[in-house]
Structure formats: C-alpha cells, structure tokens
Design a protein around this ligand. Structure first.
Ligand SMILES: [Zn+2]
Length: 95
C-alpha cells in the first residue's frame, strides 16, 4: 500500500464514493482501475457501480472509434481507387 492508496481510501471513507465530485472522483476512479488492493477495499457493489459508469462510457468511445476507423478506411480505399483510375486514364491517353 502506497501513499496514494491511503489518500484514496481516506477519501472514500470520509466522503463515500457518492460524495466525491469532479477531479477528486476522476482521481479515485483512475486509481481504483489501476490498483487491485483498493478495488478490493471498496464494497463490491460500489466498485461495480463506479466501473459500470466507466464501461458504459468506454463502449460509447469504442463505437465512435470504430465509426471513425471505418470512415478512415473507406477514405483510403476511395483515394486508392481514384489514384488507380487517374493513372489508368493517363496511361490510356498517353498512347
Ligand atoms: Zn491503491
């Protein structure tokens, strides 16, 4: 247990997870997701509550990322097709 664990646990003991806000909450969440000891320290249902919010957010992010990736690939294919078309066209015309 390092000093960050102690800070996080003090915060949770004193305020409860519900009482944390903004940057403090973000800090605690970040620490908990990285620190198994602190995850075990918090009652299970509370961890779940905290993490499901995060997971829901991550899933939204993933969806968005997939969309962006698909758009990116579609763009690449379009560019490649265009270049191929242009080069074929210019070869045909140079004869
Ligand atoms: Zn910790």
């Amino acid at each position: 247990m390092n000093k960050y664990c102690m800070i996080v646990r003090d915060l949770i003991d004193y305020y409860g997870l519900e009482g944390l806000e903004g940057e403090t909450l973000a800090y605690v969440k970040e620490h908990i997701s990285a620190c198994e000891e602190c995850r075990n320290y918090i009652p299970n249902n509370k961890v779940k509550q905290l993490m499901t919010e995060d997971e829901a957010l991550n899933k939204e992010d993933e969806k968005l990322l997939k969309k962006i990736r698909r758009l990116f690939y579609a763009g690449c294919i379009a560019v490649i097709l265009f270049i191929t078309w242009i080069s074929v066209w210019s070869i045909l015309w140079s004869r």
